[in-house]
Design a protein around this ligand. Structure first.
Ligand code: DGL
Length: 266
């Protein structure tokens, strides 16, 4: 039987919109709730314990609003707290992790660069990925302080954003990586800039599409798909920050004129 309840997605801010877009593309008939924790963004410089507390509050809110599945559209929150969320809540929870395994499979020269937050790069889950999938390749991890803030301000193609990226990409260029992993959901919005700095021979990958496929698979297996005509599907956006500001940024990132964002402090 179809399940009409929404998919609940959250991120520290608007970065998870890169995952939201893939989910919307793959499942046009699903209702979606999206929570941007903009007042507490960035997560990537906070102690994992504070990130866990926020993700538990947000997950409770999304479940109370009817979510049938939770998508932690944030690598940092997933690395810091996915196990805790799964212990705490009974509904399916899908998280994110940097695309180390796919990168190890597609690199030709065995040199891969990872752009992510400091919390992600220092997390046990991330190190376990490296041990399991990347022990015979060279991986250069770059914590990219400041990039999330640029995306939060909608500054995707400014001289300041380009200068920051050039700084973070320069060790990868020096080392000659042929694959760059975008290990934070904000960074796919900077992909054109990353690609232009790295040049045409370098592959740039992220996991948004894979996560959308995983969400679809879980909903199918658990018999939770909505089976609704796309024209009746809805999106509701919430934020702990300024609703009008977040609305403007999401509108540009998603390229949809008519969205509403509600302020909800948790
Ligand atoms: N989008 C989050 C991620 O994927 C950004 C983390 C942050 O807020 O620093 O890691």
């Amino acid at each position: 039987m179809p399940n009409p309840n929404p998919i609940g997605i959250f991120d520290s801010g608007v970065g998870g919109i890169s995952v939201f877009k893939e989910i919307r593309l793959l499942m046009p008939g699903e209702n979606i709730l999206y929570y941007a924790d903009s007042a507490h963004c960035p997560y990537g410089t906070q102690p994992p314990e504070s990130i866990r507390r926020r993700t538990i509050k947000i997950t409770k809110f999304l479940i109370n609003a009817g979510a049938k599945i939770i998508v932690a559209a944030c690598n940092t929150a997933s690395i810091a707290g996915l196990d805790y969320l799964r212990q705490e809540f009974q509904i399916p929870i899908v998280g994110m992790e940097p695309a180390i395994k796919p990168a190890a499979q597609i690199t030709s020269n065995g040199k891969v660069g990872v752009l992510a937050t400091g919390v992600t790069i220092n997390g046990d889950r991330f190190n376990s990925l490296l041990t399991r999938f990347a022990c015979d390749i060279e991986v250069i991890n770059v914590p990219c302080a400041g990039l999330v803030e640029q995306v939060e301000m909608g500054l995707l193609d400014t001289p300041e954003t380009a200068a920051l990226l050039r700084k973070y990409l320069s060790p990868l260029i020096k080392c000659g990586v042929d694959t760059v992993v975008l290990g934070c959901t904000h960074y796919p919005f900077l992909r054109p800039l990353v690609e232009s700095i790295m040049g045409p021979g370098v592959k740039v990958i992220d996991t948004g599409c894979a996560v959308a496929k995983r969400v679809h698979q879980v909903l199918q297996e658990e018999d939770l798909l909505a089976n609704r005509a796309p024209e009746y599907a809805t999106e509701n956006f919430y934020t702990s920050g300024s609703a009008s500001y977040v609305r403007q940024v999401i509108k540009n990132l998603w390229d949809q004129p008519n969205i509403t964002v509600e302020y909800i402090e948790l």
